[in-house]
Design a protein around this ligand. Structure first.
Ligand code: TTP
Ligand code: MG
Length: 357
């Protein structure tokens, strides 16, 4: 049976999170990176919104150059904690759809859905649901590639950005790759691209037709791999990461609410769910975090770290209650979440504590 692999990559990730947090940045050129210092800054652009890309700005560009290209852009510093939080939430959504799941960076992951989906049509449906859920829960768009292998899925996810969905049918991988430029193949950077261009090889199709021996003589082993990838052959697996560093659950209200009774009741049931997951994975925790998202998508999180590891549901409830308290003051709330981190597999710690209670 053909494998069905999804590659999901968030669109202009850091910049989109900033636009979500501050609605006045929506539709604006936003540049996230080091301080431009009125054009004299010495750092680089981490990323920028698609509006800023129209000015020629891109990741890795000197911030001084970005400032020259668009001095009126919104320049923002990197707020890594914020992006990591969004990333964790997104990855949890993605993980829930996959037979096997592999996060490969802060904003991208591979999902093997071969069994869960069963057919390409179902996989396309799943991709649509993922896009809708990520948008609904995190207010962000992503682009997805679906293909019978990882390399083709990754290339596909990048072809129709932002908010794209590109499907490569089994048996059509080589045709799909044929017209694309060689630099789209993972592992072919500017140096290898230059060598290939010197050999009159510009497209992946041309690379596929190149003599294997010639590639071997120039690139060594990597030449053989390159040749295989160009032919659409890639058997690499989606490698499941076993250790999860946190467990979390959240709830989006059907209708935004400021009703304290409803909010506390929901918090209690989230605590029960997250505790159940903690037990299932056999962990104790030290840190409880809560997430509160208001109607306008403004999102807060608060955390408390305990002195000892515990697995006690009442501790989760009590800590979470204390942490959300300041937000239950009449403001309408869209989503609540609880996350347990600083996890330990050791049950010794808890049983030792239990003995003294
Ligand atoms: P990418 O997925 O490469 O870029 P992106 O999500 O900003 O835009 P695209 O829509 O093209 O996918 O990288 C993810 C994040 O990683 C990006 O938002 C910022 C960070 N990053 C850097 O800090 N420096 C870099 O040079 C790159 C490429 C990314
Ligand atoms: Mg991205």
């Amino acid at each position: 049976m053909n494998r069905i692999i999804l590659h999901v990559d968030m669109d202009s990730f850091y910049a989109s999170v900033e636009q979500r947090e501050n609605h006045s940045y929506k539709g604006q050129p936003v540049v996230v990176g080091s301080d431009p210092k009125d054009g004299h800054g010495r750092g680089v652009v981490s990323t920028c919104s698609y509006e800023a890309r129209k000015f020629g700005i891109h990741s890795g560009m000197p911030i001084s150059r970005a400032y020259k290209l668009c001095p009126d852009a919104v320049f923002l510093p990197v707020n890594m904690a914020l992006y990591k939080e969004a990333s964790r939430n997104i990855m949890e959504i993605l993980r829930s759809f996959a037979d096997r799941f592999q996060q490969v960076s802060v904003d991208e992951a591979y999902l093997d859905v071969s069994e869960g989906a069963g057919s390409l049509q179902e996989a396309v449906k799943i991709a649509g649901i993922i896009k809708a859920q990520v948008l609904e829960r995190e207010g962000l768009t992503c682009s997805i590639g679906i293909a019978p292998n990882r390399t083709a899925a990754k290339i596909a996810s990048d072809l129709d950005k932002p908010d794209g969905l590109t499907v490569v049918e089994p048996g059509r991988v080589a045709d799909f790759l044929e017209p694309l430029e060689v630099r789209r193949l993972p592992g072919i950077g500017s140096k290898n691209e230059e060598i290939l261009l010197g050999m009159n090889i510009r497209t992946i199709g041309q690379l596929a037709r190149c003599e294997l021996d010639l590639l071997l003589s120039i690139f060594g082993k990597w030449g053989a791999r390159m040749h295989q990838l160009a032919h659409g052959i890639d058997d690499s697996k989606v490698a499941e990461m076993t250790e999860s560093k946190s467990v979390s659950k959240e709830h989006t209200f059907q209708v935004d609410t400021s009703d304290a009774v409803e909010l506390y009741a929901s918090l209690g049931s989230i605590a029960v769910q997250v505790h159940k997951e903690l037990m299932r994975q056999g962990f104790s925790f030290r840190t409880v975090s809560v997430k509160v998202r208001q109607s306008d998508f403004t999102t807060f999180s608060r955390a408390q770290t305990l002195d000892i590891y515990t697995r006690d549901l009442d501790v989760i409830k009590k800590q979470a209650k204390g942490l959300v308290h300041e937000f239950f003051d009449g403001r309408k709330i869209r989503l609540l979440g609880i996350r347990l981190s600083n996890l330990s597999k050791s049950t010794m710690i808890q049983s030792t504590i239990d003995m003294f209670l």
